[in-house]
Every structure is written in C-alpha cells, then in structure tokens.
Design a protein around this ligand. Sequence first.
Ligand SMILES: NC(=O)c1ccc[n+]([C@@H]2O[C@H](COP(=O)([O-])OP(=O)(O)OC[C@H]3O[C@@H](n4cnc5c(N)ncnc54)[C@H](O)[C@@H]3O)[C@@H](O)[C@H]2O)c1
Length: 357
Amino acid sequence: MTSRDRLGVAVVGAGYWGPNLIRNFRAADDWDLVAVCDLDTERARRVLGQAPGIDVTADLDAVLAREDVDAVAIATPARTHHAIAEAALRAGKHVLVEKPLAHTREAGQAMVDLARELGLVLMADHTYCYTPAVLAIRDLISRGELGEILFVDSVRINLGLVQPDVDVFWDLAPHDLSILDFILPGGLRPTGVSAQGADPIGAGKACVGYLTLPLAGGAMAHVHVNWLSPTKIRQMVIGGSRRTLVWDDLNPQQRLSVYDRGVDLTQQSVDAVDRTSSQISYRLGDTWAPALPEHEALGVMVAELATSIRSGRAARTDGAAGLRVLSVLEAAACSLAGGGTLVSAGIVDEPVLEGVS
Ligand SMILES: NC(=O)c1ccc[n+]([C@@H]2O[C@H](COP(=O)([O-])OP(=O)(O)OC[C@H]3O[C@@H](n4cnc5c(N)ncnc54)[C@H](O)[C@@H]3O)[C@@H](O)[C@H]2O)c1
C-alpha cells in the first residue's frame, strides 16, 4: 500500500468509455490521475483538454515504469485486456478492467490467477452494480425483504449497434449477468446455461438472444437481449417468496417498485391427478417505491477500487466476479452452437483475496 494520501492512477484507452473513467478519477478524493495512455494520443489530448501535470502517451511501458502509478484502469477493446492487465500486474500495479474482464474465460482466469499470485487487486468495472438502484436491490435481497428468490426476468432490448466482433450476448448480457452476480446471494452460480439466438436480418451473428439460467433450489433466471427492438426496455423483475421487485431503469421517477404480492402454496397436493388438495393463496398487499440516493455509479466504483487497495479486501466486483460472467457467456456460446442444449458454466469458487499489499 502506498504511504501517500492519494493513490496514483493511469487510464489506458480514451475512446468512448475511457473519458468517463478519466472524469471520475479526476473528481475523486482518493485519486490523482497521473497519465492517460492511448495509441491515439491526439484523441487522448482532446479528451483531457487543458490538464497540466497529466501525462499523455502511447507508451504503456513508460506508464508502468512510473512509481507514482499505483493502479492502471483499462478501457481498451476486450481482446486487448489480457495483455495490458498482465503487463500492469507484472509491473506491480493494481488493475481495474472494463467489462467484459477478457475476451475469453481462459484469458480471464489467467488474469485472476496472476493477480492472486502477486497479491494485487484485480477489479472489473461492472458499472451497473454501483448504481443507486442495484445497490438498493442488493441491500433489499440481503436483508431478506424479498424472501427466497424464485425467478428473475431481465429484459435489455432496443435498436442497438450491430457490433462487428461480438454477438448480442457478448455485447449486452454482461450487464445483466454482472447484476445477477452482484444481487443474488452467493453470486452467479446457475446450475446450467441454455441459450437461443436468432439472426433474422442475416448479420452473421445472433442479434436476438434468450438466456435461460436454472438456479439452485428450483429458481430460474431469464435474460432477453436484443439489438432489433424499436422500443427500448431496461427492466428486471425479481420474484421472491415474500415480495416481488420490479426495476425499470428508464423510469427515473420510480425506478424500483416493491410489490407485496405473490402466490403461496400452503399445502401441496399429494395426488397429481386430484389437485383439489393443494392450497394456493394469493397475497394482494401494497406496492411501495424505495427512495434512492443520487450519485454517479462510476464515482462509487473508483472509491471501491481505492478501498480495496487500501484495505486488502476483494473489490465488490472483483476479478472472480468478472470470471463468473465470462464463464456464463462461454457456456452460452457453447449452448447456442448446440441448438440451446443445457451446458454447465463450470463456475468454481476462486480463493478469497488475502493480504493485498
Ligand atoms: N462499463 C460500461 O458500461 C461500458 C460501456 C461501454 C464500453 N465499455 C467497455 O470499455 C472498453 C472500451 O470500449 P470503448 O467503446 O470505449 O472502445 P473504443 O474503441 O471507443 O476505445 C478504445 C480506445 O482504446 C485505444 N486502444 C486500443 N488498443 C490500445 C492499446 N493496446 N493501448 C492503448 N490504447 C489502446 C484506442 O485507440 C481507443 O481510443 C470495452 O471493454 C467495452 O466493453 C464499458
């Protein structure tokens, strides 16, 4: 851990998303942004504007050689994450990586293993997890307000850019999967993954995707991602044994609604033919909207990175969380190729990070 009050950070990649990291690191009490590294230095300079004292360079090695850089934040395309993260870790830097953690599970695993071996923080920027809505959902679930989770239904559809290199699952589902990992007790651990996709416009990749994730205890999560929908929907329904929560991210007046409604099976039928002995009751209680604080997710995210480095505890969206998301995405690709068969995500427990210096 550094003895300085503020930690030094370099941002690598100043394209579409990098400027958001740059802005939040510059505004944070915990951080000094000391360098921005991009192959396109002109672009990086334009993003920074007048910023005396912040180095702009295309030379990653020069950035990694600096003693005042405690952490490197990587906002380059996914296929470059592994090489940059590995170089940064080997130079003794803590690493924040944009989602997805890597372009393959194997590369993600190598990053997680290396960070653990070197005792350094590896964190994934799962930005949604730091929004007021998702933090509140996680809190409600962990306090038992929803009871046992019975189902999750997540819809993320709009007219999206058909990406040149990835299908709709890899483009959009990392958001839903990282949120599920964050809010479900025990994280994202489906007992299998089944994916079905469609390419009705002949783009050469799935533009419409449905992911089915059976969860332990008979629950089920479903994710619908779609680039072809003229209407934009960002909605997640989380059904619990006590209450059901609806998150509508496009409704700023009432993003979260908690329904004290549901179905209870008070007595199970012993006879599959004669169902009269099963007793179903319906709860039709109140609906309420939890008040949410206002803050920018990335501000909380960069504070979490600083806390993780200083305290030595794993970040709330650590490398292992990024790896669980990659595991489900790879299992989904495998299922898709097999016509929707149920595939194991093979998620194993990563050892807990200890003794980060
Ligand atoms: N957290 C979020 O919600 C969110 C949103 C959008 C994008 N992202 C992620 O951010 C990452 C970047 O996406 P983007 O849309 O900003 O990409 P982009 O193509 O707009 O920008 C990438 C930048 O990285 C630079 N670059 C590429 N290789 C480099 C290298 N080896 N060294 C230094 N610079 C290099 C490019 O010159 C470019 O300026 C991706 O992983 C993407 O998934 C996250």
